[in-house]
Ligand binder design. Structure first.
Ligand code: GTP
Ligand code: MG
Length: 452
């Protein structure tokens, strides 16, 4: 149904963290289905989203969340695979996510992607909570089901409890090293100044009620003003992924963060060369509480209202880019909307120099994040683009004057076989990684080696 004026929109919650620290399992427990089991090799292949209505949240949280205390419709969770940069999740000049959960394996501690997630959250000033996950793996842990963490801790031996505390303080210390003041969530008075750490097990469900309570509180308290936006206006969204769907051709997996999209809407989407103007053919929605990624059968819907995940089927989407803006035209002048999309793309576009390295990335957001890092390191960029590494990128990189610049930094993309062969012939070095700072570090080491 079309939303009514003044209705609060669903807050968007990004789930971030290092590979295997339990992001998908956590969402899985929350939605009570077994997405992890349907996933190839239990590794999330793509970004997906899951809408969890308020009544489900209060079912899980039990007495911690009274639905009467909240006006929010629920929460929209976006899962980010550890190998995929969360930086795709952008909206108009900022972060797409209203709040975030950083999942940290309580025994594994901080890892490269944990730090990368924190860097992005700091840059985008996104409020977040830390889920200290896998408490059930502590030696001697006596597990039960979904219950408040305090109840679970009361059941543990003194030794297990002090082991847990030690590890939690380590995480609090690491957050402090990253410039965040943090404490156990039950000691945090003001979540705006302090990061709450919630010990939990995504597997057993212990502590999950606490996490949902903190999330509801965070969204309610800090986002209320922002949420009662004009949810009925022409929709704005972000492309998470461009995918082929049988019977529909190229489709967009998108998050609508503002207004509505209708099945007869004309839309403008950021493309590789220029904005694409097209008509929606179908809006495909995963069934409630199911995962957009693994759902084979979609429901078609007439309207989607912010915030929600939707698959958009429309002609001419082949050149659409992950991370690009989507705008509904509706009763506006299409030229104005094209300009709006262009302006937003220009904002993301990466400044390039006459001389420098070549960068290829999987999404606009990751391209932007890598460029920011390279700029900080004073490494110039000659060419930066979304897409796999193709022979023409190698030819481009080979034209750099300085031999240290005859390099391609490839983030989250494939290197085509003929590009790899050409790179060997042309003496162009290709660096590949799924962690931005490791990619840049590899390149730095290479430069140091050449210079010595
Ligand atoms: P990527 O999507 O690859 O980044 O990983 P992820 O963060 O989504 O991790 P995932 O949920 O796939 O979990 C990785 C492994 O850890 C799986 O084998 C899970 O069963 C296991 N796991 C996750 N959470 C817990 C937990 O709380 N306790 C225990 N014992 N195992 C867990
Ligand atoms: Mg996952």
């Amino acid at each position: 149904a079309e939303p009514t004026a003044g209705q609060l929109r669903t807050p968007i919650v990004a789930v971030l963290g290092h590979v295997d620290h339990g992001k998908t399992t956590l969402l899985d427990t929350i939605r009570g289905s077994a997405v992890t089991e349907g996933e190839a090799g239990a590794i999330t292949q793509h970004i997906g989203s899951t809408a969890v209505p308020l009544d489900v949240i209060s079912d899980i949280a039990g007495k911690l969340v009274d639905p009467d205390d909240f006006d929010l419709p629920g929460l929209l969770f976006i899962d980010t695979p550890g190998h995929h940069s969360f930086s795709t999740l952008r909206s108009r000049g900022g972060a797409l996510a209203d709040i975030a959960i950083v999942v940290v394996d309580v025994t594994d501690g901080f890892q490269p992607q944990t730090i990368e997630a924190l860097d992005i959250l700091r840059r985008t000033q996104t409020p977040f909570v830390v889920a200290a996950n896998k408490v059930d793996t502590l030696p001697g842990w006596n597990p039960d089901g979904t219950e408040p963490i305090q109840t679970a801790i009361d059941r543990q031996s003194d030794r297990v409890e002090s082991d847990l505390n030690e590890r939690l303080y380590e995480i609090i210390g690491e957050l402090s090293d990253e410039g965040f003041s943090a404490d156990m969530y039950w000691r945090v008075q003001n979540f705006q100044n302090n990061i709450g750490v919630v010990p939990l097990s995504a597997m057993t469900g212990e502590g999950v009620p606490d996490l949902l309570t903190v999330l509801m509180g965070l969204s309610q308290r800090f986002l209320k003003a922002e949420m009662s936006i004009d949810v009925g206006g022409p929709g704005a969204g972000t492309v998470l992924e461009v995918t082929e769907e049988r019977g529909f051709g190229t489709t967009l997996d998108a998050i609508v963060y503002d207004g509505t999209v209708r099945e007869d809407d004309r839309i403008v989407v950021g493309g590789v060369n220029e904005p694409i103007v097209t008509e929606v053919r179908a809006l495909l929605k995963p069934k409630p509480l199911s995962e957009i990624r693994t759902e084979k059968e979609f429901d078609t819907v007439e309207t989607v209202a912010a915030a929600d995940g939707v698959k958009i089927a429309a002609p001419d989407l082949d050149d659409a880019m992950a991370g690009a803006p989507i705008r509904v035209v509706r009763d506006r002048d299409v030229e104005d909307v094209i300009e709006e999309v262009q302006a937003e793309l220009a904002e993301i576009e990466v400044g390039t120099d006459e001389e420098g390295v070549t960068v290829k990335a999987d999404t606009l957001g990751s391209l932007e994040a890598i460029s920011g890092t390279l700029e900080d390191e004073e490494i110039p960029i000659m060419h930066a683009e979304v897409g796999d590494v193709a022979p023409r990128d190698v030819r481009m990189a080979a034209t750099a004057d300085d031999s240290t610049h005859q390099a391609i930094l490839a983030f989250g993309v494939d290197v085509l076989d003929d590009a790899r062969r050409l790179a060997e012939q042309e003496d162009v070095d290709i660096f590949e990684d799924d962690v931005i700072y490791q990619l840049v570090e590899d390149y730095d080491e290479h430069v140091t080696a050449i210079e010595e």
